[in-house]
Design a protein around this ligand. Sequence first.
Ligand code: GTP
Ligand code: MG
Length: 702
Amino acid sequence: MVRYAVDCIRNIVLAGHGAVGKTTLADRMLYRAGQNTRPGCPDDGTSLLDTDEDEKERKHSVTSHLAHFDHNGCHVNVLDAPGYPDFIGHTISGLDAVETAVIVISATSGIEVNTRKAFQLAEESGKARMIVINKCDGENIDLPSLLGYLHEMFGTHCALMNAPNGVGSRFTAVISALEPPTSVPEELPVDLAHAHQELVDAAVEADEALMEKYLSGSPLEPDELARAMVHAIADGALIPIFFMSAKKDIGVQEFMDALVAYAPSPVPLPLKVKQNGEDTVIEPRPDGPVVARVFKTRIDPFVSRMSFARLYSGTLKKDASLKNERSGKMLKAHQMLDVQGATHEAVSEAGPGELVVIVKADDLRTGDLLTSGIDGLATRPFTFPIPMIALAVEPRSQSDQQKISGALHKIEDEDPTFTVSREAQTHEMVMHGMSELHLQLVQNRLHNREKVDVIVHPPKVPYHETVMGVAEGSYRHKKQSGGAGQFAEVHLRISPCPQGVNPEEFFTQERFPSLRRYHYDAAHNFCFIDRVTGGSVPNQFIPAVEKGVRERLEKGVLAGCQVQDVVVELFFGKDHPVDSNENAFKTAARMCFRDVFLKAKPALLEPIVHLDITIPQSKLGDITSDLNSRRGRMEGMDAAPGGMTVVKAHAPLAEVMTYARNLSSLTGGQGSFTMEFSHYEAAPAHEQQKVMAGAKVAEEEA
Ligand SMILES: Nc1nc2c(ncn2[C@@H]2O[C@H](COP(=O)(O)OP(=O)(O)OP(=O)(O)O)[C@@H](O)[C@H]2O)c(=O)[nH]1
Ligand SMILES: [Mg+2]
């Protein structure tokens, strides 16, 4: 016997732009449902949801929080998502766990960037949508234009469930449009009869039989209409709009009642998956196989790893074995929790439709699908935006060197739009976030929770060094200081190694006379060729020569960057029967490489990235001229939905390291972009000068 009958469960995510009152609404509902002795409020740190230190400090949600309440016989799970665009990942994964997206809009600020984004995500994920117009008690509200805009966006799908009796200080109640009172208050800012008509039209449109009855003029029974509304909302044919002041507690009760009455339970919206490559649905049956998905990860300082899972089917019992479809590993749900904001209670089982936390399952990541009693399931992975702001990070104190990587990976696990990696070429630890503020919050979290303080700076651009010409030369390393002396002489020739070379065809006797051996390294597109004749460099010292060359290859010559695309031929040398040793040859090789490299027309190669930039069509001119000023090259353009354009371009990485900031200011936050490595190109002379001037290449003395 599961705790909650599936058709009595309502799962919702509160989504939308920042500061519209989502958390205030969640707190107000929890209070009204008896889950708190006073209404919590994010402004004074008493919210049951915004409980993290950074949230209390900033008075904004920075992660999603889960809470629940019972109302009119239903169990409602509420996920309160942060509205700040940097944390949109929590809305994306949160939507997966619920049936209904409640998009909260502020009546005073209207449709904002993240309002649109949340609508779009909810629509794409096939979720039911409800709109709350909050802050109706605020000043300077232009209700007709806000409603006009909503109609423009959603056409006949959206319809008013109620109307405010006035706005600003006159807003004291909402009047039902579903069951309009016989006498409508004067000065109502909307036409209630018209609103009622729109609501009924949208509801019956999805139900043919009811539509016929309605068109024939027969009155609809309230029950019939209610059932039609539930279906229409689940199908996305009706998007009901509610007016509210969460802060003044006006319209909250009506919204809660409607949520229970009209928002879909898990029954009409079963999980769509692939089973062995075929489309199928997972019905929310308590006796079905266990199918669950992790929609959030939290590394709690007390509880440790908490994997928030939505159960789609089956009954998950404590200690049950589950298969993680991503890793193929089995795990046990040793401990399960019911979470209410920052507090939790142990539970021994959960049924379909429930949201529970599985504790200390270290293998679990956000997005993982868990199953038992069913095979071959796969779901669409979450598609989170790729974070584009990069900062190199190192601990302020050397003693935190060990701690920092673990601490950053914990945050990476929790935050779907934050990544951290160690860059192979620059040896830097680089973190990526959605904005500078996002990375600032990560630093706060490192300080507050992990007790690690860090230094950040722009990451190094992984330039490469190469040669454009051919040169040869020699170096004699000779030291006679006291005891045993050192002697080695090395003659090298350096030339360009063509990209995409086929070593077997290229490194031949014809091209490289007296070739004895070659070592080709594909990663650096580098080849070391031994062309020594007559034992001028004894065989036992040749590996030391190669080692010396490779050391300098890593360190670079011009600007401390890795050398790429060169062929180094060792063709002559001299030794001394007593003073020659491996170290002497290594040193001679390093020095010789540097000297010859500088004679062979050295050049700096810069990484070029490919950009896909999505912008409103109207901003095209600004974006193109900005790209030109960054040495970018336009490659093409595609039209995208919603009056957007996708610009495809190439640009040097060095010029677009801070592109996110620029794009945001050029497009008022409406632009987005992705960037990926394309290829290396020789940097223009003035750029080379700049990089070389800035680089501190440790000059080596023999
Ligand atoms: N006047 C007025 N202010 C409100 C109302 N609801 C919330 N606020 C205030 O708006 C501010 C933001 O409220 P939150 O509930 O934190 O907003 P949020 O949507 O959760 O914001 P994020 O967490 O940043 O996404 C707070 O100062 C609230 O007191 C309302 O109905 N009327
Ligand atoms: Mg909030």
